[in-house]
Design a protein. Structure first.
Length: 59
C-alpha cells in the first residue's frame, strides 16, 4: 500500500515491479512507480511520482 502524492489517499498496488503509468482511483492523477536501487535509504527505494503530460506522450 502506498499514498498518492496528489490526494494523499491510500493506493493498493498488486505488482511492485510494474513501472507503467496508471491513474489514481481517487483523483485520476497519472502516477508512475519509481524504483531506485542502491540508495542510502536501503537496497531498494520505491516511490510514487506524478507523471506529467510530456511523459504520458511517450507511453
Amino acid at each position: 500500500m502506498m499514498i498518492c502524492p496528489n490526494c494523499e489517499e491510500h493506493i493498493v498496488l498488486e505488482d511492485y515491479e510494474d513501472t507503467a503509468p496508471f491513474q489514481c482511483e481517487h483523483c485520476d492523477t497519472w502516477l508512475e512507480l519509481e524504483i531506485d536501487e542502491g540508495t542510502y535509504l536501503g537496497a531498494k527505494h520505491t516511490a510514487l511520482r506524478i507523471v506529467d503530460d510530456q511523459d504520458l506522450g511517450e507511453v
